[in-house]
Design a protein around this ligand. Sequence first.
Ligand code: FDA
Length: 388
Amino acid sequence: MNADLVVVGSGFFGLTIAERAATELGLKVAVLDRRHHIGGNAYSENEAKTGIEVHRYGAHLFHTSNERVWEYVNRFTKFTNYQHKVYTSHKGEVYPMPINLGTINQFFRSAMSPTEAKALIAEQAGELAGTDPQNLNDKGIQLIGRPLYEAFIKHYTGKQWQTDPKDLPAEIISRLPVRYNYDNRYFNDTYEGLPVDGYTAWIERMADHPNIEVVLNTDFFDDGEFGRSSVLGQVPVIYTGPVDRYFDYAEGDLSWRTIDLEEEVLPIEDFQGCSVMNYPDADAAFTRIHEFRHFHPERDYTKDATVIMREFSRFAEKGDEPYYPVNTSEDRQKLLAYRDLAKGEKSVLFGGRLGTYKYLDMHMAIGSALSMYDNKIKPHFTGGAKLE
Ligand code: FDA
């Protein structure tokens, strides 16, 4: 093996570490991935018939207020000025999301001012005032009142969790954002946009360094040149796969939600007029539909066809892609036990979404990889500091 550092997982976390170690420290880095492509869940490719860029593992919108991350990512790609906006289709009518004054006035067939709308929602939320909600349903009503909660949140959340919100813990939501103005930009970060020539081009530029060797279709737990048994103890390892898998599930399986994505190419120019439409009613089994052409209005896509993707949410079973941590109190106990085990692995650092059992947006994964590089990897290779 001709490497100074092995990175398991070629998502944004792993690639950020690899890029920094290769560029700044001149290390030889091997990046393994068990998939046939790099980029982890941010991977995208052009749909074969239409040429429309599709985000293979669900829609990915880049946004950040972190100056360092913004400066770093701009070394590898330029961004469009795309601003994400979401709509929701409830009982045959389309409303802007997140809930804002436009949504409220349309829903109540009114022309309320911000003050009047605030007073109305406070009155409706007052139904459960002074109580201590024990389930998500009551919490939702207490936060925004029954009418808006039941229209836009109740069934949507029920579909996401495949569970009646009355049977979900209240702690899943601490707040439900309501804007008392007409701003329906989804994110309020300083910087937002999509990579001009796509996620895969961005990701490939991060890995494009003579010292970086990308090894695809290779599982760290299989035998072979870069397998765990050959690598451990030889060179430091940055592991961004599932932490429970690393320890052979010794403390039990951590629970995840996954999504099923159903793609369809339609022989029309435009299906829904926007990139994401939520379906908050009980009668549609999916939670939302993405239409990918709308992520890049600046591109000269075909007018003869469009690509849509319906998203279905469910609990992950073994073999499914783990997407969102469920994070029950049992999961948190198991995670603590795994963290203790991880401390014993002296030449391995655990990072990223799967390695820390934490939902991380792309900018958070990149930011946390930059910190790990600064605080652990660079000191180890330049001053001999211990890795842990
Ligand atoms: P990531 O999961 O990307 O990469 C881990 C890699 O490790 C994978 O490629 C996997 O194959 C590999 N691996 C695991 N085990 C291995 C093994 N044993 N051997 C070899 N390889 C192994 N963020 C955002 O900013 N805006 C957004 O809109 C979205 N949208 C979004 C939608 C969905 C459905 C999900 C699940 C996630 C998002 N994200 C997002 C989050 C974004 O995908 C996230 O920040 C990155 O995936 C985090 O990068 P990581 O490198 O941590 O993990």
